[in-house]
Design a binder for this molecule. Structure first.
Ligand SMILES: [Zn+2]
Ligand SMILES: [Zn+2]
Length: 338
């Protein structure tokens, strides 16, 4: 079968790869779509860890093609999404329910062959059955949405809060909609690109600000007087993180969702945390949130209609990564049937 194989930094090739033998608790999924994400780009550029040689792709959906001998709860032809993160179940963290912090965490598309391929072997416990109401495009958003749902859980937004979101990409636009569902009275999105600000407005932002044109700290002060109750940083750059410390109100929360390159350092003033009693939280992947992400998309509580989505064939994987690097789409999908 055809697959996008990562061999070493800057070496991603579309090649023929044989599937290994199917174990009794696994299924073969025929991939319908696989999202391309910043993590894929970081792996290819060598700034994020992985276990090569490995087929990339951790945001995917498809149809079950073959069942392992012990799999009885699914049938061939079922539509499924795949939670890529596989925890061990027996380490300190797993036994405390913090499966995403597992000491032996491995991920499909990072350590084990993933979804940028025609076919993929998936352990049955990683599968989520999809209702008919979910289109293939929507289904490819389940994984990033499951991470955003965890981010919202961590942010502890309360009804009536003012939420500032730094970055209007995939995650920013998902968090924006989740913040509204969580009861935020006002959502402010800070994003330099006009077309992304337009989408943010279309999916419910009350204010969209251009950091290249406006002094964000001043505008936030004018809008809120005291600062934002919750700031969600979705860019992963030192300057936006520093801005987050500034615009969070006294007693507010700053969440770091954006992924910085390994080794990034951000100077901050400890007094900003001390006197303001800031709560700074991280949010990593998607512990026990996949089912909720399926439900939110199936019931159309989260909209991707206004998103700019582009599909690429497997051979177009480099083009898809380029679109991500240049930020020309909200989501690029690999569709192996193209
Ligand atoms: Zn991802
Ligand atoms: Zn574990």
């Amino acid at each position: 079968m055809k697959a996008a194989l990562f061999e070493k930094p800057h070496h991603l090739t579309v090649t023929q790869r044989n599937l290994r033998g199917l174990k009794s608790n696994e299924v073969i999924v025929r991939i319908a779509a696989c999202g391309v994400c910043g993590t894929d780009l970081h792996i290819v550029e060598g700034s994020s860890r992985s276990t090569p040689p490995v087929v990339l792709g951790h945001e995917y959906t498809g149809i079950i093609e073959e069942l392992g001998s012990d799999v009885h709860e699914y049938s061939v032809g079922d539509s499924v999404a795949v939670d890529p993160n596989i925890s061990c179940g027996s380490c300190y963290f797993c036994r405390r329910g913090e499966v995403h912090l597992c000491e032996n965490l491995r991920a499909l598309g990072v350590d084990i062959d993933g979804g940028m391929a025609e076919l993929c072997i998936v352990p049955v416990k990683q599968l989520y059955r999809l209702p008919k109401s979910i289109s293939t495009e929507k289904a490819a958003f389940i994984e990033p949405l499951s991470c955003a749902v965890h981010g919202i859980d961590r942010a502890r937004i309360r009804p009536g809060d003012t939420v500032a979101i730094l970055g209007g990409g995939t995650v920013g636009l998902l968090l924006l909609q989740l913040a509204r569902i969580s009861g935020a009275s006002r959502v402010i999105v800070v994003e330099p690109l006009e077309w992304k600000r337009k989408i943010a407005t279309n999916v419910g932002a009350d204010f969209v600000l251009n950091p290249d044109k406006e002094k964000i700290t001043d505008v936030i002060r004018d809008l809120t007087r005291v600062g934002a109750d919750v700031v969600l940083e979705c860019v992963g750059k030192p300057e936006t993180i520093a801005l987050g410390f500034e615009i969070a109100r006294r007693g507010g929360t700053l969440e770091l969702f954006g992924v910085c390159p390994v080794g990034t350092k951000v100077p901050f003033e400890p007094n900003n945390v001390y006197f303001k009693e800031l709560t700074v939280v991280g949010s990593y992947v998607n512990p026990h949130t996949f089912e909720r992400a399926v439900s939110l998309l199936a019931e159309s509580r989260i909209s991707i209609e206004h998103f700019v989505i582009k599909q690429f064939s497997l051979d177009g994987v480099h083009e898809a990564l380029k679109s991500l690097r240049e930020g020309t789409t909200i989501k690029s999908l690999i569709n192996p049937s193209l």
